[in-house]
Design a protein around this ligand. Structure first.
Ligand code: PEP
Ligand code: MN
Length: 297
């Protein structure tokens, strides 16, 4: 994928001397840094697909969905054990028990696991069970958390704050890099915008993908589930993200086999394993076309 021209971000070299590709030549000025999570490689030729439930709700639910997403061709498993919920009265996640379930699902399927950590005091515990640590949108500017995660010697998935500028987002990533950890994957997950709530949950900012690539060597993926909040929009958003050069996707999936199929969390945006399979097939076909076109050029 081509690197776009430099965009106007005057403060970025000062805020991000480690992560600006224009200031830090460590990883080359025109390449993407490969971030490895087990056998999975972010930033390479093949987009990575992470899939799984919004939240780990039970052992049965998580194992079932883990097997299903593996069957659909996903590369990694997602699932929240600690959930950031708008109301303290809503399901908050299973905590340590959820982490253990994720570990078991990972062992059985061979899929590395990414899960969110919200509390600096829990970083060690989450890092013991997960292959990649997720910083959620709400915590993008929780600087003590970013520092702790930077010290954890684990790859990090850093979601964009829901109203964060590119400069603020990369500044957050710089906190992690500043602790010596450059294994950071950025994730665009939709931003607050005028029509939010009317026909979708957030607005997917695809424009930021080429802009990220112009400014930093870190890989960037897209979360079409939280970006839209609507299951029937997820497939189109996924395809569009791939066309814009995303290095991967993170997608919420629900099981259509379980009786209690309706998830406790984010049910409206969960897609079926079949739809996931179609998205992954699309990625594979486009990948072959990209490679063929590159050879022909
Ligand atoms: C999530 O991926 O589980 C999540 C809560 O997403 P976000 O932080 O983007 O809202
Ligand atoms: Mn969710």
């Amino acid at each position: 994928m081509e690197i776009a021209g430099k965009v106007e971000l005057h403060d970025l070299p000062r805020i991000c001397p480690l992560l600006s590709r224009h200031v830090n030549p460590r990883f080359g000025t025109d390449r993407t840094r490969i971030v490895e999570v087990g056998h999975v490689r972010f930033g390479g030729e093949r987009p990575v697909v992470i899939a799984g439930p919004c939240a780990v709700e039970s052992r049965e639910q998580t194992l079932e969905i883990a097997r299903a997403v593996k069957g659909s061709g996903a590369d990694m498993l997602r699932g929240g054990a600690y959930k950031p919920r708008t109301s303290p009265h809503d399901f908050q996640g299973l905590g340590l028990e959820g982490l253990k379930i994720l570990r078991e699902a990972s062992r059985e399927t061979g899929l590395p696991v990414v899960t969110e950590v919200m509390d600096p005091r829990r970083v060690e515990q989450v890092a013991e069970h997960a292959d990649m640590l997720q910083i959620g949108s709400r915590n993008m500017q929780n600087y003590p958390l970013l520092v702790e995660v930077g010290r954890a010697h684990k790859p990090v998935l850093l979601k964009r704050g829901m109203a964060a500028s590119l400069c603020e987002w990369l500044g957050a990533a710089e906190y992690i890099a500043n602790e010596g950890n450059f294994d950071i994957v950025l994730c665009e997950r939709g931003i607050k915008a005028y029509p939010n709530g009317e026909y979708s949950r957030n607005s997917l900012d695809l424009n930021v993908i080429p802009a990220v690539k112009a400014e930093t060597f870190l890989p960037v993926i897209v979360d079409p589930s939280h970006a839209t909040g609507v299951a029937m929009m997820v497939e189109g958003a996924s395809r569009a993200a791939i066309e814009f050069g995303a290095h991967g996707l993170i997608i919420e999936v629900a099981s259509d086999r379980l009786d209690a199929a309706k998830p406790k969390c984010d049910a409206a945006q969960a897609i079926s394993p079949r739809t996931l399979r179609r998205i992954i097939h699309y990625i594979e076909v486009r990948q072959e076309q990209f490679v063929a076109a590159a050879h022909a050029a």
